[in-house]
Design a protein around this ligand. Structure first.
Ligand SMILES: Cc1cc2nc3c(=O)[nH]c(=O)nc-3n(C[C@H](O)[C@H](O)[C@H](O)COP(=O)(O)OP(=O)(O)OC[C@H]3O[C@@H](n4cnc5c(N)ncnc54)[C@H](O)[C@@H]3O)c2cc1C
Length: 549
């Protein structure tokens, strides 16, 4: 006891909990999308990422942020970023869990649900620490684009898919594990990468194909300690995609210079840099002049990760809010038993489960490459899920933080994770194509002739289950056929997201969750903030389902 007072009515933190075993929404979504999936690896990962030991690494990696070392003490350039050991512990754990390129190995591809297993693991890991998942995500996403230079992919595949993390900068053939990043954004344009001014001049050819000498810059270049990057640069034939390693095949350093690290709102454990290339060596990937579609094969997969990542952060914020309010008392009752707090928590639980359902359904389409319906849904749902889930993230985090009162706003210890989540949330919405870009991309996807029919097919299993969903489902194919203007693109993306989320919940969630979701999000029985569900909602069932213990 302190000499001045006794500390009481402060909750036990949520620690040493298996994050998979307690996530019923995730289990239901996996059961629906991939019934044959062996979830044993997720149980194992759930225990690791929910452990106090790993939570300590997450905190330390965010407090002791990466430091750029441009020169050594002799004045020679080194261009290295130094990380706290906890950063490396987190990276090791993520690679060991196969969250980077492992899903692309032949063994995993043969299971038919490699991407869904990895997607669920990525969501769980986000609940531990999201910033280190930036290089993990890029190392995962690169395979479809990089395969278009088969010689490079042949050399790099083993390192990109292995479960070994090796941070030292060395030539690829001397490393057991490799990571990759991407460089598109320049000062004068990020969304509109056609404005790129970085130049690539022909410099011969070798075993990796056509080689170029690259001169220019990148304004955002995350995880510059990766072993290589896919970048965009202008060749004589237009914007092209190039493979640029940090260490060249002869063991010398490539001409990539890190100017400085970004001072960011959140995402603190990850280094994001500004770089310049001065005659750096790079190899062509895909066709010259077709760089944008080439690198977008990578962008599509990182957009999936934005949706997964935000869903994971929502689940984490909700779990902390439930943990806190189920222990803290105010005005004679536990907070979770106060009617209006029930409304807030149930509303957050609906949003979290709907995000989980949509993100994992999108992941399914990456496993079913031979299925025509899945491929149309992949094209439609990638911008929809990236737009809508990420757009809801910041609002969600603010409300979950408020459930903790003042403790939610501090940076310290277990409760301080809320501040970290809040600072992280806007990022998934901005990078890999900001909100407007995603909504406009949906319009592009809808121009495909079979889009309206595929959407109707996707919604069909929920037909007749809720009048508001039936009305929206009947309208959507007409709006798609009539082709909304850009001015209405966000509204259309939102409505497609809500309809698909509702149809998924009809098939995966208890009726209390489904009907409250449809009444509020589609039927209009809702206000403009969380916590404004109608009084007839079955709050207790919804909250019980979401409890993290
Ligand atoms: C922490 C961090 C790390 C990053 N890491 C990387 C990285 O590793 N590699 C990389 O290449 N990039 C990276 N980025 C860059 C990121 O992808 C871009 O910032 C993003 O794509 C937006 O580009 P921009 O900043 O140039 O903004 P702009 O393109 O100027 O966009 C500004 C706003 O205008 C909107 N807008 C643009 N065009 C239209 C239009 N036609 N109609 C309506 N609205 C429009 C956008 O939606 C956005 O809201 C990173 C960014 C951050 C914050």
């Amino acid at each position: 006891m302190n000499p001045t007072h006794e500390v009481f009515n402060q909750p036990e933190p949520l620690v040493n909990v298996n994050l998979f075993a307690t996530n019923r929404a995730m289990q239901a979504a996996l059961q629906f999308n991939a019934p044959a999936l062996d979830t044993a690896p997720l149980h194992a990962l759930g225990a690791v990422v929910g452990s106090g030991e790993m939570q300590a690494h997450a905190r330390l990696a965010n407090v002791h942020t990466p430091q750029l070392k441009t020169h050594n003490r002799f004045g020679q350039r080194v261009d290295q970023v130094e990380f706290h050991p906890s950063y490396h512990a987190l990276m090791s754990a993520a690679v060991e869990a196969g969250l980077h390129g492992t899903a692309f190995s032949a063994k995993h591809q043969a299971t038919g649900h490699a991407h869904q297993l990895r997607a669920a693991g990525f969501m769980l890991f986000t609940e531990l620490e999201p910033s280190i998942l930036c290089p993990i995500s890029m190392s995962y996403a690169v395979a479809p684009a990089l395969k278009d230079n088969p010689a490079i992919y042949r050399d790099w595949e083993a390192g990109l898919t292995s479960r070994a993390y090796e941070p030292a900068l060395k030539v690829w053939r001397d490393k057991t594990g490799l990571t990759m990043g991407m460089g598109m954004t320049e000062k004068q344009g990020g969304s509109d990468v056609r404005a790129n001014t970085t130049r690539a001049e022909p410099a011969g050819s070798d075993a990796w194909g056509q080689r170029f000498s690259v001169t220019g810059h990148k304004w955002f270049f995350s995880a510059p300690m990766c072993d290589a990057f896919l970048i965009l640069a202008q060749t004589a034939n237009g914007l092209s995609c190039l493979f640029l390693p940090r260490v060249l095949p002869d063991g010398s350093m490539n001409q990539l210079f890190i100017q400085r690290l970004k001072d960011k709102l959140g995402n603190k454990a990850n280094a994001s840099s500004e770089v310049e290339f001065v005659g750096a060596s790079a190899w062509l990937v895909g066709e010259e002049g077709r760089g944008i579609p080439q690198i977008l094969a990578m962008g599509t997969m990182t957009r999936l990760d934005c949706a997964l990542g935000t869903s994971g952060l929502m689940r984490q914020a909700l779990s902390i809010a439930l943990n806190h309010t189920s222990q803290r008392k105010a005005f004679g009752k536990t907070l979770i038993d106060q009617p209006l707090m029930k409304n807030v928590l149930a509303d957050l639980a609906l949003e979290s489960e709907a995000a989980t359902a949509l993100a994992l359904r999108l992941a399914r389409s990456f496993d079913r490459t031979g299925d025509a319906h899945e491929q149309v849904m992949n094209r439609l749902l990638t911008p929809v899920a990236k737009f809508w889930i990420c757009k809801r993230g910041s609002h969600f985090a603010q409300e979950a933080m408020e459930c903790l009162g003042g403790n939610g706003y501090v940076e310290e210890g277990g409760e301080g994770v809320m501040a970290r989540i809040y600072r992280e949330m806007p990022l998934n919405s901005i990078w890999e194509g900001a909100g407007n870009i995603m909504a406009i991309d949906l319009l592009r996807a809808l121009r495909k002739a079979d889009a309206a029919a595929a959407l109707a097919h996707e919604l069909a299993p929920a037909k007749g289950m809720h009048p508001a969903l039936d009305r929206l489902a009947a309208q959507l194919p007409i709006r798609v056929e009539e082709m909304a203007s850009e001015m209405e693109a966000r509204r259309l993306a939102q409505d497609v997201a809500l309809a698909v989320q509702a149809a998924l919940l009809a098939q995966t969630a208890p009726s209390a969750v489904f009907s409250a979701f449809c009444d509020s999000r589609i039927g209009g029985e809702w206000g403009h903030s969380f916590g404004s569900l109608g009084a007839g909602v079955d709050f207790d069932t919804i909250i019980q389902r979401a409890m993290p213990r």
